[in-house]
Design a binder for this molecule. Sequence first.
Ligand code: ADP
Ligand code: MG
Length: 615
Amino acid sequence: MQKHQFQTQVSDLLNLMIHSLYSNKEIFLRELISNASDALDKLNYLCLTNDDYKSLQYTPRIDIKLDKEAKTLIITDNGIGMDEDDLINNLGTIARSGTKGFIESMSGDAKKDSSLIGQFGVGFYSAFMVANKIEVISRKALSSDAYKWSSDTNGYEISKSTLDSHGTQITLYLNDDEFTDSFRIENIITKYSNHIPYPIYMDRDEWVAPQDENKEGHYESKNSQINKASALWRMSKSTLKDSDYNDFYKQISHDSSDPLLHIHTKAEGKIEYSTLFYIPSTQPFDLFRVDYQSGVKLYVKRVFITDDAKELLPPYLRFVRGVMDVEDIPLNVSREILQENKILTAVKDQSVKKILSELEKLLNNDKEKYSKLYSLFGNVIKEGLYGFNANKDNILNLCLFKSTLNDKPITLKEYKAAMKEDQKSIYYISGQNESMLRNSPLLEGFKSKGINVLICDEEIDTIVLPMVNEYDSIPFKSINSSDIDSEITSSEISTSDETNALISKIKEILKDEVKDVKISNRLSDSVACLIYDKNDPDYAMQTLLKQMGQEAPKIKPILEINPNHEIIAKLANNELMINDVAILILNMAKISEGMSIENPSEFSSKLAKIISKAL
Ligand code: ADP
Ligand code: MG
């Protein structure tokens, strides 16, 4: 017999689960059954694709046996099984994201946190919430050796053992009486595992009366199948209720709340497939992590192939959970085939189109629900605007924008419908602070003309909106771009020689700071504003690049000056203080754009000088 210590991470995790998730202990059974089902999936797949396994005769099943007296619960499957190394690697260490990520993602809400268990690949350990001792006896398919792994929360031992069939038998020595009630166990199974595709049999340890006493009925048999064991996504829509869909969602997602939406498709044309997609009502914990887990499982002809293929849906739909079951591709699909198979590619494309169109339907039919969905996943969906994407217009249709003229977020369709007759473009301003954006001097011309401007204050906006050239044939334009000026002004402003001379002087004074100084006709109240050459990244983009650790070359803005402003008029008559005033004007423009000024003490001393003069 060999004694082993748990990997430190495992010990930490066990303590954590036992002490903080005790209010939602029942999920341990969901996790163990989900593992049993995975093990059957793996063997099933091997039998169909690998000649070595073809001779194996077995009927996949999961058995649950409750022994009240001994206070044990035994979960058995005849799946792939584990050898000695598997037991050590799978049950003694944490392979995937690790405890740290798990702890970081915990919210303190037991219900929410218990859904993280399955998502993190630490489901097996949840059994320690209800048992102080666990024994796992396992025999790997095609092998005649069985091993016993037995453990309390400190460490585990491995020894030789025997098992009738290949597969795994897990015995839980229950802590207290909470789970020795067969009705309770049965309810947990139907609640979480009804649509596991394999039959689950329950050995009740007694003959039990029907639960509903008013109902005439016979005693339940001692050993019977208690789940539906159906591939739900293959069933016809008309036979399924919302609750069926929701239960199945909880099973595959390990999430405990109902999804916002399900999208069930059965295609029977040229390409045959069934897909069932869900939009969750909470953000998966790893939504914004590079190493996120795919939420879509691939089946071929009902046989589980993989749940680790991120290619099934594009990254901007990575919050979608569900199942894709395709008819006419070979079972032994490899990674390469996943990427190149024409049929699968077609199913993927159609799935994306279907999901986008269903989201649009929801937007049109239930804007409140859609807004909830958008607040959770809008920023992820917008990632689809980056680079080339054949569905760009569909994605743009799904985007909601704050704007200067509307209280509530609007769609681009709504923006377009309310455009002024002579308006040439869809205008937006982007940056990281909504109130700063709303008060930007750049908006003055638009406000006075009653033209709506989209206020884009999400980080992702700064990255993707410059890549949107147009929507429904209308150009998309940032209002801090140099080529917008003429669009929003009807007439050229005529300037005097005096003003022109003044501008040249200011340009000379500020030549190290700005690319150019120009007369503006987009301002009404402010003295100046900063814009960017239409090919330069703007300030918001520069800030973002810096935050991401990219050293971008310093881009000089263009200073636009309002020739009608009092300061300019007076300055033209009295150039005594022009050096100080030029710098003040530049810094004022920077401040109103939310930019930092490089030399604040110089700024305040110059300002102090002017104020004292004025007083
Ligand atoms: P996950 O299922 O997300 O991988 P778990 O903690 O639930 O994480 O399980 C850890 C691993 O232990 C599984 O990936 C699997 O390799 C192995 N395992 C657990 N239960 C079984 C079982 N009944 N049969 C075969 N292998 C199992
Ligand atoms: Mg698991």
